[in-house]
Design a protein around this ligand. Structure first.
Ligand SMILES: Cc1cc2nc3c(=O)[nH]c(=O)nc-3n(C[C@H](O)[C@H](O)[C@H](O)COP(=O)(O)OP(=O)(O)OC[C@H]3O[C@@H](n4cnc5c(N)ncnc54)[C@H](O)[C@@H]3O)c2cc1C
Length: 426
């Protein structure tokens, strides 16, 4: 059995921040992740719409941590945790392995939630993993370049949060600027009364007006009630029902914790909320276990948003307690540095501290700068700048060059994996 001081589970924002912080004290750490890359989720929609290539937002986690000698990386999925014995089981390509730890930091993220309609997972595209983005990219290219009927050129995006707004804006631009022979009809469906409801006020109004001006049909106060292969049924709060003939539905409306949250809850006696997220203690420990920490999207604490800064700050806080830089039991406090979302080319909204609110091109350049700063790896930053110039100044979509096989058929109801048969990324 392998033994180590600390196990970090997950190579996303929380896991990477924790591992880097632990490396400052050279604490022996094993980072275990089900996916081999560090995925920059906020840019998944740009991979899906051909702006960026897949590897520009997903460097291998082993490369990212290569200079941290006290950290080793293990590729595998944690399936069981014995909190009393401090041993966990990892499913790897070579079979099950066990790892004993002194402290455990879990950052296993979240999956898409479907509000009790899990069958919609097979009828929609989601954007949580790199495979999701690659599958949607191949499907969009297929719709725009090989299919001619109206349903293939009609796209319904469900969820008016940042991801939904960004995806709707970009798909509309694909039809307006790139595949001009095949214009796209795009609906953005949101249950609340406005887009980006957490921003509110003039940022929400600007977002709606900008998208509508670009040609997106914004349906607020509206819920999806049924999804079939070629149609989506929606109903507004005043009871009006509409059937939209569309072959593509991008689902970005709900969140639920990954299955590992249930495993940790059972192992530690921690309670969960309705989305299955762990109701962690103020010091980020889980249940009654002083040596098990959970952070990021798989947890719920003080209504902090499911955003990367929360996961990163929590990762550093947990790591600091483990390495003794912060006393154990110290409550975590989130420092909110603001939120932002791209609406479309040259338009973004920024909700910054001290009441600063930016819109339009100023917001867009702020968004570009911040994302460039946080994108991991010098090569990726350079690559992203080149791709952004080609996409936003010119009319290229370099990411589509990666799609080497495109099927004629769009996704079918009941398919397990829309991506597998459709595409291969170079
Ligand atoms: C499309 C999209 C757009 C977003 N845009 C923004 C944005 O603009 N701004 C912002 O701040 N936030 C944004 N977010 C949210 C942000 O990405 C998350 O808050 C952040 O990724 C959470 O980090 P995490 O470490 O908790 O989980 P993740 O980054 O999701 O990482 C989870 C990790 O756990 C691993 N894992 C899962 N289960 C297991 C297991 N059983 N065993 C081993 N490993 C496992 C996964 O492989 C992965 O490496 C966006 C999210 C999405 C999906």
């Amino acid at each position: 059995m392998r033994t180590t001081d600390v196990v970090v589970i997950g190579s996303g924002f929380g896991g990477l921040a924790a591992a880097k912080q632990l490396a400052k004290s050279e604490v022996e750490t094993v980072l275990i992740s089900a996916t081999p890359e560090h995925l920059f989720q906020p840019l998944l929609y740009q991979v899906a719409t051909g702006v960026l290539s897949a590897d520009e937002i997903a460097p291998p986690i082993a490369d990212v941590l290569a200079d941290k000698e006290s950290v080793s990386v293990m590729h595998g999925r944690v399936t069981a945790v014995d909190a009393a014995a401090k041993v966990l089981t990892v499913e790897t390509d070579q079979g099950d392995e066990q790892v004993r730890y002194e402290s455990l930091i879990v950052a296993a993220g979240a999956n898409q939630g479907y509000f009790g309609h899990d069958e919609w997972a097979d009828r929609t595209f989601s954007l949580k993993t790199l495979d999701d983005a690659v599958a949607l990219r191949a499907h969009l290219l297929d719709c725009f370049t090989t299919q001619t009927d109206e349903a293939a050129h009609t796209f319904v995006v469900v969820g008016g949060g940042a991801t939904g707004v960004e995806v709707a804006g970009q798909i509309r631009e694909l039809g307006a600027r790139y595949f001009t022979d095949a214009p796209a009809k795009v609906y953005l469906v949101e249950g609340a009364g406005d887009l980006l409801p957490v921003y509110g006020g003039r940022l929400s109004t600007f977002t709606r007006k900008t998208l509508e001006k670009a040609g997106v049909d914004v349906l607020t106060d509206t819920f999806v009630t049924d999804i079939e292969t070629d149609s989506v049924t929606v109903r507004s709060v005043d009871g009006q029902q509409r059937v939209l003939d569309a072959r593509t539905v991008v689902w970005s409306a709900g969140v639920k914790a990954t299955p590992l949250a249930g495993v940790i809850a059972e192992a530690t006696g921690c309670e969960t909320d309705r989305a299955g997220r762990l109701l962690i203690n103020p010091d980020l420990t889980v249940g009654g276990c002083a040596d098990v920490f959970a952070i990021g999207d798989m947890t719920s604490l003080n209504n902090y948003p499911g955003q990367s800064p929360v996961a990163m700050q929590q990762g550093r806080h947990a790591a600091d307690m483990v390495r003794g830089a912060t006393p154990r039991g110290t409550a975590f406090r989130y420092l909110d540095k603001g939120s932002m979302a791209v609406v479309n080319r040259h338009n973004a909204v920024v909700d910054a501290p001290f009441g600063i609110k930016l819109t339009g091109i100023l917001g867009w350049f702020t968004w570009l700068g911040v994302h460039l700063f946080y994108l991991v790896g010098f090569r990726n930053r350079v690559g992203a700048v080149v791709s952004w110039c080609r996409s936003f100044l010119g009319t290229a979509r370099p990411g589509f060059d990666e799609v080497v096989t495109v099927p004629v058929d769009a996704m079918a109801v009941g398919e397990d994996d829309h991506g597998e048969a459709q595409t291969t990324a170079a």
